[in-house]
Design a protein around this ligand. Structure first.
Ligand SMILES: [Mn+2]
Length: 497
């Protein structure tokens, strides 16, 4: 493939931004100088971070900051996927179809390829001595953060024995001019590669890719069992775009980078090297995490030694302000696809759609919309809930609603939980089950039913109407009308999601 050709409309970040150009509902470009330390996150919290960021916040446009204090060259993009409507548009689909698009891609993956010709991500090359903070405007989001963090750094590595590859977003903190900490939740695939290399006494070469086609970021957030060890999530991104993701060999280490990334950090994880995540601050905190709280610093995490930094001209450093809606979309849409897939296999045609609600950061809460078509479908909704827990083990709450409830409208869901739900009869507790470790209510101090941190009471809120009582729960019906007579240009945008 020739990079000098006009770029494909949908395989790199700049093309995504072109798609949103001149639409202030989805992209605000500002020439006002911003400080990447604290100020940028403070601004975006008000403009578009969304729940679970602390109020006041809202869903809003992405922001491209063109002038960054202390940097002459780089720009910063924040919030690209912080609205479902925008995310759907960037994947050429609708809000309702988003998880189905991912699912289709998962079923027909297209593997990544090595690009021919020069890689755009290597237009500018920096070699040692390196100073990350002089080269890149890496934001610090809150005053207690352990340091500047890469929040959308896509780590790519290969299994040193099998050559299988994996891509995952991990949080990385700048600990020094050429040192980054990496936090792996136990079991993550690249950590498995790292442990293998370490056991053999060898470094693990990696690339950290920043500023990517949104399809790549979304695809990378699938987790097991949907994408087991050895399944390269880049092949889902390839399927979403109908063409392979292009890779480029790194210049300083035996790793590969995303060829059309805005920025690539090349490096190695050395055997035996560890750091305290908050070694610079000593405050005990890491960074804001998806459940909405400041995360605790990890005592001992692996380290990336940076060997080169490459980027495009006038690079766009992409970041997110979490907790918030962008984090929720990234984790939640793959969660939805995983649930849809497993439930559909077990009981075809009953599960209409799923929404991983922002209250759970895309992981803890799923709203399942079900269709009961016959008396024998009664109870299947709860089977679907159990299947959802199997499809996504980090799920904590499942809310079941009927097909006449809008799963994206929290008002409507709470209406169902009010008029179609009786606490004692409609709630199912499954205590003592392991969940995602970051929910602070999952502690023995919170409840004697919890034997250890990270264990939770999974709960099903069944807000569906019993099939035999359907007639008593008909929603008020209004006349069908022709809205075009009153709004020839359409009703205009509704509330953002
Ligand atoms: Mn994986």
């Amino acid at each position: 493939m020739d990079f000098m050709q006009t770029h494909d409309p949908c395989c790199e970040l700049r093309a995504a931004l072109d798609l949103l150009a001149n639409d202030p509902r989805h992209l605000l470009v500002t020439a006002e100088e911003v400080d990447p330390r604290l100020e940028l996150a403070g601004v975006y919290r008000l403009v578009g971070a969304g729940t679970p960021a602390m109020p006041p916040t809202r869903i809003g446009p992405a922001m491209l900051f063109e002038r960054i204090r202390g940097y002459s060259d780089a720009r910063i993009l924040v919030g690209l996927l912080a609205s479902r409507e925008r995310t759907a548009r960037l994947l050429h689909t609708t809000i309702e179809r988003l998880p189905f698009r991912l699912l289709e891609a998962l079923e027909s993956p297209i593997g990544a390829v090595i690009a021919e010709g020069p890689a755009p991500c290597q237009e500018v090359v920096h070699r040692p001595p390196l100073d990350l903070m002089r080269l890149l405007p890496i934001p610090t989001n809150t005053a207690k953060d352990a340091g500047p963090y890469l929040t959308l750094g896509l780590l790519r590595a290969e299994d040193p024995e099998t050559g299988q590859s994996d891509v995952t977003i991990h949080r990385m903190c700048v600990l020094g001019p050429d040192r980054l900490s990496v936090y792996f939740v136990p079991g993550r695939h690249i950590d498995h590669f790292r442990q293998k290399a370490e056991a053999a006494g060898r470094p693990l070469p990696v690339s950290v890719n920043i500023g990517l086609d949104p399809a790549i970021y979304l695809a990378s957030c699938f987790e097991p069992p949907t994408t087991p060890l050895g399944f390269d999530e880049l092949s889902i991104a390839g399927a979403l775009r109908g063409r392979p993701v292009e890779l480029a060999p790194c210049l300083s280490v035996a790793a590969k980078a995303i060829a059309r990334a805005e920025i690539v950090i090349e490096g190695e994880m050395l055997p035996g090297e560890r750091a305290r995540e908050d070694e610079l601050t000593g405050l005990g905190y890491a960074m804001p995490e998806f459940p909405g709280y400041l995360g605790k610093a990890q005592e001992s995490v692996p380290v990336i030694r940076v060997r080169a930094v490459t980027h495009r001209r006038r690079p766009i450093f992409q970041t997110l302000v979490g907790p918030g809606a962008e984090h929720t979309a990234l984790t939640g849409i793959p969660t939805e696809a995983s649930i849809l897939r497993l439930v559909e296999r077990g009981m075809p045609g009953r599960l209409v759609n799923v929404y991983a609600h922002p209250a759970g950061g895309g992981k803890y809460v799923a709203i399942l919309q079900l269709r009961k078509a016959s008396p024998s479908d009664e109870g299947r909704q709860r089977q679907a809930a159990l299947t959802a827990f199997a499809a996504f083990p980090e799920l904590k709450h499942v809310i079941l609603v009927d097909e006449d409830v809008n799963i994206y409208d929290t008002n409507d869901v709470l209406w169902a939980m009010t008029t179609r739900y009786q606490g004692d009869a409609s709630t199912v507790f499954i205590p003592g089950v392991r969940c995602h470790p970051l929910d602070p209510s999952q502690s023995p101090e919170f409840s004697p039913s919890i034997p250890a941190p990270g264990v939770s009471c999974k709960t099903v809120f069944d807000c569906t109407v019993p099939y035999r009582l359907k007639e008593n729960f008909r929603r008020v019906e209004f006349a069908d009308v022709d809205l075009k007579r009153f709004f020839p240009n359409g009703l205009g945008p509704g509330p953002e999601l």
